[in-house]
Ligand binder design. Structure first.
Ligand SMILES: *[C@@H]1O[C@H](CO)[C@@H](O)[C@H](O)[C@H]1NC(C)=O
Ligand SMILES: *[C@@H]1O[C@H](CO)[C@@H](O)[C@H](O)[C@H]1NC(C)=O
Ligand SMILES: *[C@@H]1O[C@H](CO)[C@@H](O)[C@H](O)[C@H]1NC(C)=O
Ligand SMILES: *[C@@H]1O[C@H](CO)[C@@H](O)[C@H](O)[C@H]1NC(C)=O
Ligand SMILES: *[C@@H]1O[C@H](CO)[C@@H](O)[C@H](O)[C@H]1NC(C)=O
Ligand SMILES: *[C@@H]1O[C@H](CO)[C@@H](O)[C@H](O)[C@H]1NC(C)=O
Ligand SMILES: *[C@@H]1O[C@H](CO)[C@@H](O)[C@H](O)[C@H]1NC(C)=O
Ligand SMILES: *[C@@H]1O[C@H](CO)[C@@H](O)[C@H](O)[C@H]1NC(C)=O
Ligand SMILES: *[C@@H]1O[C@H](CO)[C@@H](O)[C@H](O)[C@H]1NC(C)=O
Ligand SMILES: *[C@@H]1O[C@H](CO)[C@@H](O)[C@H](O)[C@H]1NC(C)=O
Length: 815
C-alpha cells in the first residue's frame, strides 16, 4: 500500500516535470546545475542550482575546500544576474575530477563560472590551473585576476561518463564557482559545415567554445528569455565606429517574428525581434557597411553563425545585402524573403567556418547589395564558436604545421615525394604566416570589463563557406514530393530518388527509411566520412536534411548508375574490357585514397559492384560509406567490430576473427574484379550447384587453366591474354585466405594499370582527353593541397593523378 502510494507520487512528480519542460520547449536529458561550495539552493534565471552534494547519486564529486564572499559582481556587468552563483567557490589543491553519469550521449554544454575573490588565506586571483574534459583541453594555465567570467563549451560526449578534471599548476591551486553540464538539442550544431573550396568540415567530434553570443539591437537577452538558457549580450560594445558615429540603427518588433519550434532552439524571439539595421533611406548611409569586431585566437578555426529575421517594415527600397567576415564574402546578395520562402518574419540561420590564421580580430559586416538602389542590410544575432584543433585543444598556442604533417602522412612512394614538395611549400607558408604571438589576455565569451578595441589589424586569411543542411521543403521540391517515378535505387537504408535543385543541379537523394538507432548511426557516419574525404573517385556529398525525423543525404548525381547494372540483368549495353579496367582502376584509386589519404585509414566495409557508381563518362566513384570505420591506429593492427557487410563479398578472415583491417576491403575488391570479368552475380542460386558461388567456381576453373571459360562472353574476344593473366593473378591475390598475404590497394592499382598497358597502347580519344585533364587537375590539386594542409583537413595525396607516372613506370617494368 505504502509502496503504491510512493509510485503514485513519483508518477505525479514526473507528470509535473514533463509539463514544465514542455512549456519551456526543450528538456535536457542531462541537467547538472551546481553551485559549487554552496550549502543552499539558488535559483538563477528560473533555474535551480544545487549544492555539490545533491547530485551525489550521479556525480562523484572531488574533495575540495569551500570558500565564500560577501562581495558582489558589479551591477553594470551583464553577469550581475549570476551574482548569487559567484558568492561561493570550491578550491582544489591537487588534481581533482568531477565524474558525471551521462544519461544521453551526444553534445553537452559545459559552463564554467569564475569570479576570483579573497577568502582567509586563499586569494583566488592567484589561482593558476588547467581544465580538461574527455581529453579536450578547455583551459590551459588559466588565471583570472579580476572581473567575472562564464566559459561555455559544447562537447560530443561519447561515453556514459564525463570526467571534468581540474589540474592546479605547481605551487598553485584551482577553483570553480559554479558548473553546468547540460544536454544540447541535436539540431543545434550541424554535423558538417563546408568551408571555401567546398571542403566540408565535420564538426561531429570537435569541441566548441562559445566566444561570442550577441543580440543585435543593443539589448541583452537574459537566459530566462531563452528555452536553452543562453545569455545573449548587447551588440553595442562590439560595434565599430565610422567617423565617431555608429553606422547602424537599432530596430525592434517582437510581434513580427514568426517562430517555429526549430527556430526556438536556434535563438529566442527576443533575439530575432531586435536588430541592427543599415540603409534603405534615400539619404542615409548609402554605401557603407555596418561592422562589429571580435577578438579571436589566431590559429584556430571558428564556426560563425548569423541569425537573420526581417522585422523591418520598409516603406522605401528593399532588403538585399552582402555578408562578410573580414574581407571574405560569406554571402552576396542575400534575399531574406527568398530564403524563407516568402514567410514574413521567419528566422534564417547562416553558418560558416572561418579560420584566423594571422588575425586576432574578426570583423563581421553586413552591407547593402550594390545591385539595388536604396537597399537595406540587417543582422539580428551572431554567435562565434571556436573549434577544437587536431590536438583536441581549445586553449593552446598554434602548433607547428610542418613538423606534424611530415611525420604523420602515410602515403606511397610517389605520393611521398609530392608530399615532400608540398611540405617545402608549407614551410615557406608557415614561416610567412606564423609570425604571430600568443595573446596574453583571455577572451571569455562574457568577460566583464572588456576593452573592445576596434582598430585591430584585419586578417586577410579568412576562409569559409555556407550551405550544407537543406530544408525539407527544398528536397520535397527537388524530388517532386518523393515521387515514385523518380526512384533510381533501393537499399537497406531506404530509397534513392533523382532530384533537381533550384539551380538545376541534378542530385541523388537518399532517404532513410526510419530513424532507427542503427540507421541514425550509419547516417551520421556517412555524412562525416563524405565530408572529410573528398576525392575524384569517391561520390561527393552535396548536403543533408534531418528535419522532422528525416534522414536524407544528397549526393552528386551519377548518370550511369551502378557498375552492377552494367554487368548483368539489365538492358544496358555491355561494357568493353578497357572500360571495365578503367572502372576498376578508378574504384581502386578511391579505395586506396580511403586507406592512405589521412593519418588514420578508413575501411569502407561494403565494397561491392552496387556501391561503385558511374558518371556520364563512365568514371567510377565509390559510394555508400554508411558502414565505414576508422582503421587501426598505428600501434594496433586491426579494429574489432561486429561483422557487417554484404553476403558474398565478406572477407572470411574477418568473419572468423571479427578483426577488421584494410585488407578486408581488398578481399571484397577481389570479388568485384571477378564479377567484372565474368559478368555474373557473386551468388546465383539459379545456376548448377558448382557454379552458384562465383568465387568457388572461378577458383576451380583457374586451377584447370581454363581461364577463358569463365570470362563474360561479351568481352572474351577483346581481351589480350597477357592482360587477362595479370588481372586474374591480381584478383586472386586479393582473395588470399590470410589478410597479410593480400596486396594493398596501392599494389592492386599498380597491377591494374599494368593490365591496362598490356591490353595495348592505342588509347581511345576519350582516354587522351582524360589524361590531359589529369595534367590540369594535377596543378589544381597541388594548390588545394596547400590550403587543406593549412586548415588541417584531409589531404588528397593518393588522388593526384598518377596515370602518366604509372604509364611510364609500367613501361619500364615491362622491359
Ligand atoms: C534543494 O532543492 C531540492 C529539490 O527541490 C530539495 O530536495 C532540497 O532539499 C533543497 N535543498 C536545500 C538545502 O534547500
Ligand atoms: C540520478 O539519475 C537517476 C537515474 O537516471 C535519476 O532518477 C535521478 O533523479 C538522478 N539524481 C539526480 C540528483 O539528478
Ligand atoms: C590578490 O591577488 C591580486 C593579484 O596578484 C592582488 O592584486 C591583490 O592585491 C591580492 N589581494 C589580497 C587581499 O591579497
Ligand atoms: C582519453 O585518452 C586516453 C589515452 O589517450 C584514452 O585511453 C581514453 O579512451 C580517452 N578517453 C576519451 C573519453 O576519449
Ligand atoms: C548600447 O546600450 C548601452 C546601455 O544601454 C549604451 O550605454 C550604449 O551607448 C548603447 N550603444 C550604442 C552604440 O548606442
Ligand atoms: C510590428 O509588426 C507587426 C506585424 O507585422 C505590425 O503590425 C506592427 O505595426 C509592427 N510594429 C511596429 C512598431 O512597426
Ligand atoms: C508562420 O509560419 C508558418 C510556416 O512556418 C506559416 O504557415 C504561417 O502562416 C506563418 N504565420 C504568419 C502570421 O505569417
Ligand atoms: C523577455 O520576454 C518577455 C516576454 O516574453 C518580453 O516582454 C521581454 O521584452 C523579453 N526581454 C527581452 C530583453 O527581450
Ligand atoms: C564592406 O566590407 C567588405 C569587406 O571588408 C568590402 O569589400 C566592401 O568594400 C565594403 N563595402 C563598403 C561599401 O564599404
Ligand atoms: C527565389 O529565387 C529563385 C531564383 O532567383 C526564384 O526562382 C524563386 O521564385 C524565388 N522564391 C521566392 C519565394 O521568392
Amino acid at each position: 500500500m505504502g509502496a503504491s502510494n510512493v509510485h503514485f507520487l513519483i508518477w505525479i512528480l514526473c507528470a509535473l516535470c514533463l509539463r514544465s519542460s514542455l512549456s519551456s520547449g526543450f528538456s535536457p536529458d542531462d541537467n547538472f546545475l551546481i553551485d559549487c561550495g554552496s550549502t543552499s539552493n539558488v535559483t538563477v534565471g528560473g533555474r535551480l542550482f544545487q549544492p555539490d552534494g545533491f547530485f551525489s547519486d550521479n556525480l562523484s564529486n572531488p574533495n575540495g575546500k569551500f570558500v565564500s564572499t560577501a562581495s558582489k559582481v558589479s551591477s553594470s556587468s551583464p553577469l550581475f544576474l549570476f551574482s548569487h552563483l559567484f558568492q561561493t567557490a570550491k578550491v582544489f589543491e591537487t588534481t581533482s575530477e568531477y565524474n558525471f553519469k551521462i544519461k544521453k550521449q551526444g553534445r553537452h554544454w559545459i559552463r564554467l563560472y569564475f569570479y576570483p575573490f579573497v577568502y582567509e588565506n586563499f586569494n583566488l586571483s592567484l589561482a593558476k590551473f588547467s581544465v580538461s574534459a574527455q581529453n579536450i583541453t578547455l583551459l590551459k594555465e588559466f588565471q583570472i585576476e579580476s572581473g567575472s567570467i562564464i566559459k561555455e563549451y559544447s562537447l560530443n560526449v561519447i561515453s556514459s561518463n564525463l570526467v571534468l578534471t581540474f589540474t592546479p599548476m605547481v605551487n598553485s591551486f584551482a577553483f570553480i564557482n559554479a558548473l553546468e553540464v547540460v544536454s544540447v538539442p541535436n539540431e543545434l550544431i550541424p554535423l558538417v559545415v563546408p568551408t571555401v573550396e567546398k571542403i566540408v568540415e565535420s564538426l561531429g567530434n570537435r569541441a566548441l567554445e562559445t566566444v561570442a553570443r550577441v543580440n543585435m539591437g543593443n539589448e541583452t537577452v537574459p537566459p530566462s528569455n531563452d528555452t536553452l538558457s543562453r545569455l545573449w549580450v548587447a551588440d553595442g560594445p562590439f560595434l565599430m565606429h565610422n567617423n565617431q558615429a555608429v553606422a547602424g540603427r537599432f530596430v525592434s518588433n517582437l510581434t513580427r517574428v514568426n517562430m517555429t519550434t526549430d527556430s526556438e532552439i536556434m535563438a529566442p524571439r527576443s533575439v530575432y525581434g531586435t536588430a541592427t539595421q543599415l540603409g534603405a533611406e534615400p539619404d542615409a548611409n548609402a554605401n557603407i557597411n555596418v561592422s562589429w569586431s571580435f577578438d579571436v585566437d589566431p590559429g584556430y578555426e571558428y564556426l560563425i553563425r548569423f541569425h537573420f529575421c526581417d522585422i523591418l517594415d520598409l516603406s522605401f527600397g528593399s532588403l538585399f545585402f552582402n555578408v562578410f567576415v573580414n574581407s571574405w564574402m560569406v554571402k552576396d546578395h542575400l534575399d531574406l524573403n527568398n530564403v524563407t520562402s516568402g514567410i514574413m518574419g521567419a528566422p534564417y540561420v547562416l553558418d560558416t567556418i572561418a579560420s584566423s590564421i594571422d588575425s586576432s580580430k574578426f570583423k563581421i559586416s553586413v552591407g547593402p547589395s550594390s545591385f539595388h538602389e536604396y537597399s537595406a542590410a540587417i543582422l539580428n544575432g551572431l554567435e562565434i564558436m571556436k573549434i577544437s584543433d587536431s590536438r583536441g585543444s581549445l586553449d593552446e598556442p598554434p602548433f607547428d604545421l610542418h613538423s606534424k604533417n611530415s611525420s604523420n602522412v602515410k602515403v606511397g612512394l610517389i605520393a611521398g615525394l609530392v608530399a615532400g614538395l608540398v611540405a617545402a611549400v608549407l614551410v615557406t607558408l608557415v614561416v610567412v604566416l606564423c609570425r604571430r604571438r600568443r595573446k596574453a589576455g583571455l577572451v571569455g565569451y562574457l568577460k566583464e570589463e572588456e576593452n573592445f578595441g576596434v582598430n585591430g589589424r584585419e586578417g586577410n586569411y579568412v576562409i569559409g563557406s555556407v550551405g550544407y543542411k537543406y530544408p525539407l521543403a527544398a528536397i520535397l521540391e527537388a524530388t517532386d514530393h518523393f515521387s515514385e517515378s523518380l526512384v533510381i535505387g533501393h537499399g537497406g537504408f531506404g530509397k534513392v530518388f533523382k532530384g533537381m535543385l533550384r539551380d538545376n543541379t541534378e542530385v541523388a537523394v537518399k532517404r532513410g527509411a526510419s530513424k532507427s538507432q542503427q540507421g541514425l548511426a550509419e547516417f551520421r557516419t556517412e555524412i562525416e566520412m563524405l565530408s572529410q574525404f573528398r576525392h575524384r573517385h569517391l561520390v561527393s556529398l552535396i548536403g543533408y536534411c534531418d528535419e522532422q525525423n528525416e534522414m536524407i543525404i544528397i549526393y552528386e548525381y551519377m548518370e550511369k548508375g551502378s557498375l552492377k547494372d552494367h554487368l548483368y540483368s539489365s538492358e544496358l549495353p555491355s561494357l568493353s574490357w578497357k572500360q571495365r579496367l578503367e572502372i576498376c582502376i578508378g574504384s581502386a584509386r578511391g579505395l586506396h585514397y580511403l586507406h592512405t589519404g589521412s593519418t588514420k585509414a578508413i575501411i569502407h566495409r561494403d565494397v561491392k559492384t552496387a556501391n561503385i557508381l558511374l558518371d556520364q563518362n563512365y568514371m567510377a566513384k565509390v559510394a555508400d560509406f554508411g558502414l565505414s570505420k576508422t582503421g587501426p591506429e598505428f600501434d594496433k593492427t586491426h579494429v574489432s567490430t561486429a561483422v557487417k557487410g554484404s553476403f558474398g563479398y565478406l572477407d572470411p578472415e574477418y568473419l572468423t576473427t571479427q578483426q577488421l583491417t584494410e585488407k578486408s576491403d581488398v578481399y571484397s575488391f577481389g570479388v568485384v574484379m571477378f564479377e567484372v570479368l565474368c559478368g555474373r552475380p557473386v551468388i546465383d542460386p539459379s545456376l548448377p550447384r558448382e557454379k552458384v558461388n562465383l568465387i568457388e567456381w572461378v577458383m576451380k576453373r583457374k586451377d584447370r587453366d581454363e581461364l577463358e571459360e569463365i570470362v563474360d562472353a561479351c568481352i572474351v574476344k577483346q581481351i589480350k591474354l597477357d592482360s587477362l593473366k595479370k588481372y586474374v593473378e591480381t584478383a586472386e591475390k586479393c582473395l588470399a585466405e590470410c589478410g597479410m598475404d593480400r596486396p594493398t590497394m596501392g599494389n592492386v592499382l599498380w597491377n591494374l594499370e599494368c593490365a591496362l598497358q598490356l591490353q595495348g597502347d592505342e588509347r581511345s580519344s576519350h582516354g587522351k582527353e582524360s589524361s590531359s585533364q589529369a595534367d590540369l587537375s594535377n596543378h589544381w590539386e597541388v594548390s588545394v593541397l596547400t590550403t587543406q594542409f593549412s586548415t588541417g583537413s584531409a589531404v588528397d595525396i593518393a588522388g593526384i593523378s598518377m596515370s602518366k607516372v604509372f604509364a611510364q613506370m609500367v613501361r619500364e617494368d615491362m622491359r
